[in-house]
Ligand binder design. Structure first.
Ligand SMILES: [Zn+2]
Length: 117
């Protein structure tokens, strides 16, 4: 895909060190939250399984998959932060504004390239 360069839209400035630290903290916090959730779900899953509650086990297994997926996303964002590729739009390679990343540190698209939900 050809990157779109729209001169009418000012590019966001590069993240400064303070902003990077702030985003890392947010991502670390999300990482810990996901791990906590994963641990809780895994415990519930194993007890549902040992009680032979197949319905709950299936639901918990689906929830586990969602949290696991989110954990992978958080880890990928942390890796991008380390490799300095963090904070660029996947669609047009524009820098994402800090305000957007602060609201959603996992954002991978600018507001223009946002995939339709
Ligand atoms: Zn974009």
């Amino acid at each position: 895909m050809q990157p779109i360069h729209d001169a009418t839209l000012p590019a966001a400035p590069a993240l400064n060190p303070t902003q990077r630290i702030c985003l890392r903290d947010l991502l670390d916090e999300q990482w810990r939250a996901q791990v906590r959730q994963l641990t809780g779900l895994a415990t519930a899953y194993h007890s549902a399984e040992s009680f032979g509650d197949e319905h709950s086990a299936a639901e918990l297994s689906a929830a586990l998959a969602v949290v696991r997926r989110r954990l992978i996303d958080v880890e990928a964002a942390l890796a991008r932060l380390d490799s300095r590729t963090y904070g660029r739009c996947d669609g047009c390679d524009r820098r994402l504004p800090f305000e957007q990343l602060e609201m959603n540190p996992l954002a991978r698209n600018c507001t223009r390239c946002q995939p339709l939900a």
